[in-house]
Design a protein. Structure first.
Length: 58
């Protein structure tokens, strides 16, 4: 979730972070195979409820 915020400026919750984690290997396989294309995914939860838990830097 922190990576998504740093890389794309999107504040997302843990469900979106888990989903993104699942997409990354797919994109890596596409790149390794020399395939081009797009991957569409949905951000299903916002980060607001998690500011003091998952997104807390400490």
């Amino acid at each position: 979730m922190r990576w998504l915020r740093d890389a794309a400026g999107i504040d997302a919750g843990p469900a979106a972070g888990a989903q993104l984690w699942g997409v990354c290997p797919r994109v890596a396989r596409m790149l390794a195979g020399g395939r081009r294309g797009g991957v569409v995914t949905l951000i299903g939860d916002a980060a607001d409820p998690y500011c003091h838990t998952f997104l807390d830097p400490e």
